[in-house]
Structures are given as structure tokens and as C-alpha cells.
Design a protein around this ligand. Structure first.
Ligand SMILES: [Zn+2]
Ligand SMILES: [Zn+2]
Length: 277
């Protein structure tokens, strides 16, 4: 599928500012690589020492649709009451300390090595399953379908082959300009390269929503109504990448915009999930 080059303009970034902050951070990390949590010496690329990596709070069993932790991995009450516009959410870590502290360092202080570490945690948790499904689907279709599927037997009609793309959730241009980068773009680029899935800058943030923190879930959904728009043609299968899933309001709003542009199968990939909505 043709991906419009101009679509990157939907994710405006202050390249110079982001680049300078990156260079300063990389030089410091190269000269004196230390664990971001305990200050023990570690390798330049790892961000955390192996002891701190092992203590990160990994996802317990959770609702397959929204990744809310549930007993035995059952669907949560919210997803049973009201289906989400996406089929699945995959997260790697619980959004509690020290993940919340590390996430702030990644998002607000240009610590991209933490973003890379987050992606590696995500890949460790999901890549094996992803590759198994990918290979299974390739055997049947001779092409790529990255959407997780129930096992397909040869007698079952095969669903149309669709090329999946990774789409990062955009930040409002004001925030991207202040940071010099968009955190979800950094994560999406790393996952796209690691899994060889094309990345498309398909969503645009039309307006700046109010701060979500003080709002209840219903208000968050209203606050994000029509914030996103997908102005270019997109394939039917989309992997939506974000940093943290909290109330699902962002994933729901972004999925509605993608559906309006023709998406049929949407999966949300995020680094971390809050334990409660
Ligand atoms: Zn450490
Ligand atoms: Zn759920």
C-alpha cells in the first residue's frame, strides 16, 4: 500500500531540540552508563541493571480486550457491558512504581534508552506468541496477517489477507514541540523495526483536549471525542501504539477515527497498563 510521505507532517516534531537533548543524554550515558533506578554500573544500551530489570512489575493475567488485570484472564465487566472498537490490548508492564517513574523520564526528559528498554520488555513478553501466529498465518495465507487469530484449520474459509501497519497515537503538536519528540512515535519506530511491520503516521490530533487527570472516565471519553482524525487511506488491520493505557479513552477515540477511515481490525499495543480504570 502506498504510504503518503506527507503524513509525517501530522506528527510535527522539533527535530533540532529533540536531537540536541538526545546527543547530550547519549554522551552522558556513553561516558558513565548507570542503572536509572539504583545507579549501579550497567551497559550503555540497557538503561537498567539486570537486578532492576527482573523486578519490574510484569502484567498479570488480564482482560484480553483492554488488558485490565482480571482473575484468570477473564473479560472485564466493562468490556462485557460495552464492546470496545478494538479487538485486543497487549501491554508488558503494570503502570506502578518504578514503571511510572521510568515512563516520566522517558516522556519528559528525552531518555530514549528507557523507551528502548520498554520496547524490549514488550517484545520479550509478546514476540514469541506473535511470531507463532505470524508463521501460522503465513503457512495458510502465504502472506502476513498480524492480527491475533483463533486457530484456522485448512477447511475454514480464510479471511482476506490484510497487510497490517503500526500507527502511533499522536500527541498534540504543542506537546511534541515542547518535548522535541512524540513518545509513542519513538516506541512505534522501535517495534516497527524489530518486527518488520510498516509504520504509518496515519492519525492527526485535531485539537488539544483538556488535562485528563482530573476527569472521570465518561468525561475523558467526551473530552477526546473527535480529537483524532485519519485523513489518509489506511489498510484494514491496524496496530495502534501508545505508551500507557489508563481509562482506554485515548485508544477508543483513536480507534473510532481509524474505523472512520476504513480500519476493521485494531489491536492496541502499549508498554504499561494502570491496574484500575
Ligand atoms: Zn539497578
Ligand atoms: Zn476489558
Amino acid at each position: 500500500m502506498h504510504i503518503p510521505h506527507t503524513s509525517k507532517a501530522l506528527y510535527p516534531q522539533n527535530i533540532q531540540r529533540g536531537f540536541i537533548r538526545q546527543v547530550i543524554h547519549c554522551a552522558t550515558a556513553l561516558l558513565d552508563p548507570k542503572c536509572q533506578l539504583c545507579s549501579e554500573a550497567c551497559t550503555y544500551r540497557s538503561a537498567l541493571c539486570s537486578a532492576c530489570l527482573m523486578q519490574l512489575p510484569h502484567m498479570p493475567q488480564c482482560c484480553p480486550v483492554c488488558a485490565l488485570p482480571t482473575p484468570h484472564g477473564n473479560h472485564c465487566g466493562d468490556c462485557l457491558r460495552k464492546p470496545k472498537p478494538y479487538q485486543r490490548t497487549r501491554c508488558a508492564l503494570l503502570y506502578e512504581n518504578p514503571v511510572s517513574y521510568l515512563m516520566r523520564s522517558f516522556k519528559n526528559h528525552s531518555q530514549w534508552d528507557i523507551g528502548r528498554m520498554f520496547c524490549e520488555q514488550w517484545l520479550n513478553q509478546h514476540q514469541h506468541q506473535h511470531q507463532h501466529q505470524h508463521q501460522h498465518q503465513q503457512n495458510i495465507n502465504g502472506d502476513l496477517v498480524t492480527k491475533p487469530v483463533t486457530p484456522v484449520t485448512p477447511v475454514t474459509p480464510v479471511t482476506p489477507v490484510t497487510q497490517a501497519i503500526i500507527v502511533p497515537v499522536p500527541s498534540h503538536p504543542k506537546h511534541s514541540a515542547k518535548r522535541g519528540y512524540t513518545p509513542s512515535v519513538v516506541l512505534a519506530q522501535h517495534l516497527s523495526r524489530s518486527l518488520n511491520i510498516p509504520l504509518q503516521y496515519a492519525l492527526k490530533a485535531n485539537r488539544e483536549p483538556k488535562q485528563q487527570k482530573a476527569l472521570c472516565r465518561k468525561q475523558r471519553l467526551q473530552n477526546l471525542h473527535n480529537v483524532f482524525e485519519a485523513p489518509y487511506p489506511i489498510p484494514q488491520t491496524i496496530i495502534l501504539v501508545d505508551d500507557v493505557v489508563t481509562s482506554c479513552a485515548t485508544a477508543i477515540a483513536a480507534s473510532h477515527a481509524l474505523q472512520k477511515a476504513g480500519a476493521k481490525n485494531i489491536e492496541v499495543w502499549a508498554i504499561a497498563r494502570t491496574p484500575l480504570t
